[in-house]
Design a protein around this ligand. Structure first.
Ligand code: EPU
Length: 311
């Protein structure tokens, strides 16, 4: 475990926004979870779990929060990227599955290329999705027909109420871009997850992954600083299409703007010479919601998480 005082959060998020937390507690192993309650007591502030920071809009200024960074599974003892642990195989109605245990801190792009290389299917739609495994679980991240929760067999989580424990699928509730624990808890942190991945042809998986990446590159601003899609898609609709029709594409405040490529991506122009402010991001979000409400009578719901999380 490692505790850093007053970390600057902008550099830990893909949107490159955010002020300073009271502290960041970095966890490198499951054993570190035992020391977490005492560490949080010492730092104070409300606990916020940070993975790859790819779905976050963090406020500016001094924030009364302590950030927990569950990095278990990201590096091995030699400092190289850790690999998933193969637990075994099982036969399902449609083929053979390999069970993998993966630490919450593993980077999603690493996990994707590791599994595709070994002919393990299920994540190929998530190509180009940054972030870490814990974040993909927390958001039930999905893209091009793949999502995280259906692959999950079990989850080892820490909660302040129960400490570290393992849950089966009955222990969580997952739907489109939503994931929560079935048990009451003030907050939770994923430590590791067991995924069941169907065995398939590596060449075919690589082809599907490359095809998905081409689609993504041609329709989403993968080279801009964004936090992914800002709003969830309302049922049967595309938030991007609604925002586009409501005139939000390219709308700008300071260094923040809605992408010209896809209107549901709020982006940060870090090179324009104006300091990016969360206030501008929040004002643009409010403007976008009002525009879609006025034009279509639809209330857009945020997908991106705002920190501090209690407003
Ligand atoms: N569209 C527009 N204008 C825009 C953006 C989109 O007219 O500015 C139109 C497109 O032309 C298309 C339709 O809207 O006809 C849908 O757009 P797209 O295919 O880009 O899909 P999406 O519904 O906007 C969803 C997910 C993405 C995911 C893609 C691919 C949400 C909120 N978005 O986007 O996920 O990558 O499908 O599966 O669920 C994310 O969640 O962060 C995310 C990026």
């Amino acid at each position: 475990m490692n505790i850093i005082d007053r970390p600057e959060l902008a550099g830990l998020t893909t949107l490159r926004l955010g002020g300073r937390a009271i502290a960041a507690i970095r966890l490198d192993s499951l054993d570190d979870c035992e020391k977490l309650p005492e560490a949080l007591r010492l730092t104070g502030g409300s606990a916020h779990v940070l993975g790859g920071g790819s779905n976050l809009l963090v406020h500016d200024g001094d924030l009364p929060i302590t950030v927990i960074r569950p990095l278990m599974g990201s590096r091995n003892a030699e400092g190289r990227p850790a690999e998933p642990e193969i637990l075994g195989t099982e036969d399902g109605p449609d083929g053979r599955y390999t069970l993998l245990r993966v630490g919450a801190g593993m980077r999603m792009p690493f996990l994707l290329s590791w599994t595709v290389k070994r002919g393990l299917a299920g994540l190929e739609g998530l190509v180009g999705v940054p972030g870490r495994v814990g974040g993909a679980v927390a958001m039930n991240a999905g893209s091009y027909g793949c999502s995280t929760a259906p692959l999950m067999r079990s989850l080892t989580v820490f909660t302040p109420e129960r400490g570290l424990h393992e849950l089966g699928p009955e222990g969580w509730v997952a739907s489109y871009r939503h994931f929560s624990l079935a048990e009451p808890c003030s907050w939770y942190m994923s430590a590791s997850v067991v995924l069941a991945m169907k065995q398939a042809d590596p060449a075919e998986l690589r082809r599907i992954m490359q095809e998905n990446f081409q689609k993504k590159k041609s329709g989403q601003p993968v080279h801009e600083h964004t936090a992914g899609c800002v709003f969830k898609n309302p049922e049967g609709q595309s938030a991007g299409r609604l925002l586009d029709a409501a005139g939000m594409k390219g709308r700008r405040r300071g260094a923040l703007y809605f992408s010209e490529m896809h209107a549901n991506f709020l982006a940060h122009d870090t090179k324009c010479g104006i300091e990016g402010r969360s206030e501008d991001a929040l004002a643009l979000i409010a403007e976008a919601r009002a525009a879609v409400r006025e034009r279509f009578g639809i209330e857009l719901e945020m997908e991106v998480r705002e920190w501090p999380a209690w407003r």
